[in-house]
Design a protein around this ligand. Sequence first.
Ligand SMILES: Nc1ncnc2c1ncn2[C@@H]1O[C@H](COP(=O)(O)OP(=O)(O)O)[C@@H](O)[C@H]1O
Ligand SMILES: [Mg+2]
Length: 238
Amino acid sequence: MTALLEVEDLRVAYGKIEAVKGISFKVDAGQVVTLIGTNGAGKTTTLRTLSGLLKPVGGQIKFDGKSLKKTPAHEIVSLGLAHSPEGRHIFPRMTIEDNLRLGAFLRSDKAGIEKDIQRAYELFPILGERRKQAAGTLSGGEQQMLAMGRALMSKPKLLMLDEPSMGLSPIMMQKIMATIAELKSQGTTILLVEQNAQAALSLADHGHVMEVGSIVLSGTGRDLLHDESVRKAYLGED
Ligand SMILES: Nc1ncnc2c1ncn2[C@@H]1O[C@H](COP(=O)(O)OP(=O)(O)O)[C@@H](O)[C@H]1O
Ligand SMILES: [Mg+2]
């Protein structure tokens, strides 16, 4: 099988400081792959580089058979790579529906866009019920749903989620994780960045543990979930 996303020896720096120090991993179509690791490990830097928001200093990124090295960010979205960013970044004064429409800004198939808005409301009924309200009135978890719904509006081949569970109550976190599982069962390919290792590894096909810019451990979600060093470092066991 050829991978949908192939990252090879990727290096990213902020000035002289290398935040991502030569990481390699791949995502096959239909898989959920997770990058886990504590604050500062380089997870967000990795996603921002895949989206074209940061330029790598070295390595290769191949998406759907094409090198992304010189591709501008908007073109990367058109190629089918969508990013739900850390901290959500929804537009609080715009309505929920207008926030969703923003995710489709590169599409011109009107009927398809309407259909996908309805699909987002099926996935997240609360967004449909409140479609005309300002997005800033939503709770943190609901804003996370909106950020995911907006990313899905570009009809991505690969959906990248940066810490969707951050700052959420356990119940809301479970809801978000259940939605990710539902998207997976519908065949959506997902690259999931999480600090919540337990939740991410439970639903991922493959996982990679990042520490200060490097991948230090890789395996199936199940293997990592049962790995002693992962349990000690990330699942609070001793
Ligand atoms: N805009 C920036 N300028 C300088 N350093 C940064 C910037 N953003 C992140 N970093 C540094 O890069 C490293 C990786 O950060 P980040 O990718 O945000 O990690 P994570 O998402 O895993 O918490 C950290 O040491 C962080 O301080
Ligand atoms: Mg981060």
